[in-house]
Write a protein that binds this ligand. Structure first.
Ligand SMILES: Cc1cc2nc3c(=O)[nH]c(=O)nc-3n(C[C@H](O)[C@H](O)[C@H](O)COP(=O)(O)OP(=O)(O)OC[C@H]3O[C@@H](n4cnc5c(N)ncnc54)[C@H](O)[C@@H]3O)c2cc1C
Length: 507
């Protein structure tokens, strides 16, 4: 491996989300001195940021929990927020609300908690699924829907997997591929399910994030602000939006009229947007890129936050995040965000007026500012052209859903409201995604020296979390500098199935 020397290489990193910060961190560690990070927003973090309402409630861009697959990521996070007091450690307490019952996550292992007729429907489906797996062993499922039927059967598909996943992805499961699944969706063990049914037990210790830590102050966004603070300030240009990229001149044009040149460009904006910004591309290339990008689909995410006076109802008091597959609420997930850190709410002695009762039918509350305690709920609603959302009414529908599903009480006093739509929010593992990426990423890299990486830069949901995104940036730099393979981009199942120890921040 040869290290490209600083004098021959100028790398520009566009955008200070986790991917851009990963790239910048690695460049800084490698003592590369010709790089710059360009970020449209006034702060670091991208989709892993945190907003604060005027009343002092914090809300992330939906439920963000760190589960890291990489030692290098952990090193960088620890360097940025090193003190024990910087974090709270939590045990996952996560449930699915179905038929009025809180079933421990993952539901597919715990159908023993459901009414007996639903259990029978699910078990019948699971037995059929075993037969199906044997009969069609040589024929892998093509869509997520086929995968669900093959792994879990029709009962679980109809009760949970299909309605829940439509609420999350805003497309039917028949429109999605199944290669992305890896460790993310638990395939149930028939033995375990039957055991739990016979002994009336539940199993809740599945999966990668059974415990998690959360920043004590400043929400998830505090992590990325702290990472950015470990980098040289003069290299990061906030509030600067890239609007055009001349691939022949190797020059990026910024909104303020200035330009920057590059030898290699690591771009973490959505690759669809990037393609629309390219100028001076070869005519055949641009046609191929434009055609291929039609295969990339995403959904928007509405994040709705509610700050409430008092204490949570006992049924949600100890819970972290909750899933909602049914249509009694518009959201697919709710997070009891005040449970992650007391600093996610204003201090108890802050006096706030009540804005309304959760159920407006309860009348008008006394608006005299009064003290807390306070707690908060954060809900996520997906939107696509297949699943439209009325931005004018979604806040009201969400609060109504919170009351209906017992997340809050009708007479709870709401003291703060938050609603923001993020477009894009989720990169859909659509049927056309991989063939689109197989065209787009090689053209950008081999012909135009642009490495498009990140949640929407390389569009792979299965490696689209914070740890993955950060490492996509790190590995892109190592590829440019050393020619190293980008394992996260190229082998998602491999990185997700192990703890990756190859890189460390300090030797
Ligand atoms: C609802 C939701 C829930 C999530 N939950 C989790 C979770 O539980 N755990 C987890 O680890 N991850 C979670 N994530 C994923 C996490 O947010 C992403 O991994 C991460 O933010 C991706 O980083 P990125 O840098 O690739 O992209 P982004 O965060 O999108 O950052 C891209 C950056 O580019 C900037 N930008 C865009 N266009 C331009 C331009 N033209 N010029 C200059 N700058 C520009 C943006 O301002 C932004 O800062 C979740 C995401 C969402 C939406």
């Amino acid at each position: 491996m040869t290290l490209l020397t600083v004098s021959t290489s100028s790398i520009r990193v566009l955008l200070a989300g986790p991917t851009g910060l990963g790239a910048a961190k690695r460049l800084h560690q490698l003592n590369q001195s010709i790089w710059a990070l360009i970020e449209a927003s006034p702060k670091a973090g991208g989709l892993a940021s945190t907003d604060t309402t005027t009343e002092g409630f914090l809300f992330d861009v939906g439920g963000h929990v760190i589960f890291s697959h990489y030692a290098y990521f952990d090193d960088c996070i620890h360097e940025s927020l090193p003190a024990k007091e910087d974090w709270y450690e939590h045990q996952r307490a996560s449930y699915v609300r179905i038929k009025g019952i809180w079933v421990p996550y993952p539901l597919q292992n715990n159908i023993s908690a459901l009414p007996i007729d639903v259990q029978a429907e699910c078990i019948n489906g699971m037995i059929d699924a075993v037969e199906e797996r044997i009969l069609r062993a040589k024929e892998p499922p093509k869509t997520f829907d086929e995968w669900i039927l093959r792994m879990m059967g029709r009962g679980l598909a109809d009760v949970f997997m299909r309605p829940y996943n439509f609420k999350v992805w805003a497309v039917p499961t028949t429109h999605m591929q199944c290669k992305w699944l890896g460790e993310r969706v638990a395939a149930p063990s028939l033995k375990l399910v039957v055991h739990n049914m016979l002994y009336n037990k539940v199993t809740d210790k599945w999966g990668p994030n059974a415990t998690f830590k959360f920043p004590a102050r400043g929400g998830t966004g505090a992590i990325w602000k702290a990472v950015a603070n470990t980098l040289p300030k003069d290299r990061i240009h906030y509030g600067t939006k890239a609007v055009k990229i001349d691939v022949v001149a190797h020059r990026a044009y910024l909104e303020d009229g200035s330009t920057i040149t590059y030898n290699k460009l690591i771009s973490t904006m959505g690759v669809d947007v990037l393609i629309s910004q390219l100028v001076n591309t070869d005519e055949v290339d641009i046609q191929r890129l434009e055609k291929a990008k039609e295969g990339l689909i995403s959904s928007s995410t509405h994040v709705i936050g509610i700050g409430i006076r008092g204490k949570p109802p006992s049924c949600v008091g100890d819970k972290c995040w909750l899933y909602f597959p049914e249509d009694d609420a518009p959201f697919y997930r709710a997070t009891i965000f005040s449970n992650y850190s007391p600093y996610n709410c204003p201090p108890c002695n802050n006096r706030l007026p009540a804005l309304r009762y959760a159920d407006p039918g309860h009348g008008k509350p006394d608006t005299t500012p009064r003290v807390g305690p306070y707690w908060s709920l954060m809900m996520e609603v997906s939107e696509s052209h297949i699943k439209p959302v009325n931005s004018q009414t979604i806040l009201e529908e969400t609060i109504k859903g919170c009351v209906t599903t017992l997340l809050c009480r009708p007479d709870d006093e709401i003291v703060s409201l938050y609603h923001r739509k993020f477009t894009p929010g989720y990169p859909t593992p659509s049927l056309g995604r991989d063939s689109a990426l197989d065209v787009i990423l090689p053209i950008l890299e081999s012909k135009y020296d642009i490495l498009s990486r990140g949640r929407f830069g390389s569009w792979k949901y299965e490696v689209g979390n914070q740890d993955h995104s950060f490492m996509l940036g790190v590995e892109a730099v190592d590829k440019v500098c050393y020619g190293s393979p980008e394992v996260t981009l190229e082998s998602p199942d491999f990185v997700n199935g192990r703890r990756n120890l190859e890189r460390r921040l300090t030797k």
